[in-house]
Design a protein around this ligand. Structure first.
Ligand code: GAR
Length: 216
């Protein structure tokens, strides 16, 4: 079956992009990355794409007069590459409602918290400050409100008593690398459709194991 063409938007290191590139190497994976766009020419993730022979484009938002102009250029680029789904993987620009509505249910974001907790930045610091025992990451369809939208999947990790933002962040990032490719695959194969602003997953249920921390 033809693979779904996806673009990945990044701003930095690109470790989630790398996880997705690796998943795409499996012939049975339902998506192929046809384009990586960065708004930052120095983003380390561009190298991951180039190493994998994927087309890259840099669209520096500072070169545009307005957000709308930047997004129009982005939209033109995505259509040029016949992109079907757009994945935000550490893309640190807020997109306007006009763009997110143009790509409604075709635009996927990964966020480093268990949404709706800890929207925005510094999620690991805030999780530690709040004293939550479980933290994690979320992959969701994008809506105009920041870090909001129908949830495709979440992965939880424990918060340990001696965690720092760095150790907790590293644990969450490992979970992101597993969750992101899985959720992109579900979306691209039509197994994560939105109905009444909830994602209906067409996958086998995993049972109802309890995620509990502490567990003793
Ligand atoms: C990831 O932790 C991702 O969840 C986060 O940025 C990091 C990018 O890392 N995204 C956001 O905070 C978006 N609100 P990466 O460049 O190594 O994939």
């Amino acid at each position: 079956m033809a693979k779904t063409k996806v673009a990945v938007l990044i701003s930095g290191r690109g470790s989630n992009l790398k996880a997705l590139i690796e998943a795409c190497e499996d012939p049975s994976y339902p998506a192929e990355i046809v384009l990586v766009v960065s708004n930052n020419a120095k983003a380390g993730g561009l190298q991951h794409a180039q190493d994998a022979g994927i087309e890259t484009e840099v669209l520096d938002h500072r070169d545009f007069d307005s957000r709308d102009d930047f997004e129009d250029a982005l939209d033109t680029l995505l259509r040029l590459y016949a992109v079907r789904f757009v994945c935000l993987a550490g893309f640190m620009r807020i997109l306007t409602a006009s763009f997110t509505e143009r790509w409604r249910d075709l635009l996927i974001n990964i966020h480093p918290s268990l949404l709706p907790a800890f929207k925005g930045l510094h999620t690991h610091e805030r999780a530690l400050e709040t004293g939550v025992r479980v933290h994690g990451c979320t992959v969701h369809y994008v809506r105009p409100e920041m870090d909001n939208g129908p949830i495709i999947g979440q992965a939880a990790v424990p918060v340990l008593h001696d965690d720092t933002p760095e150790t907790l962040g590293a644990r969450v990032l490992t979970a992101e690398h597993q969750l992101f490719p899985q959720c992109v695959a579900l979306a691209c194969s039509g197994k994560a459709r939105v109905a009444a602003e909830h994602v209906r997953l067409q996958v086998r249920e995993f049972g109802a194991e309890l995620l509990m921390n502490p567990h003793d």
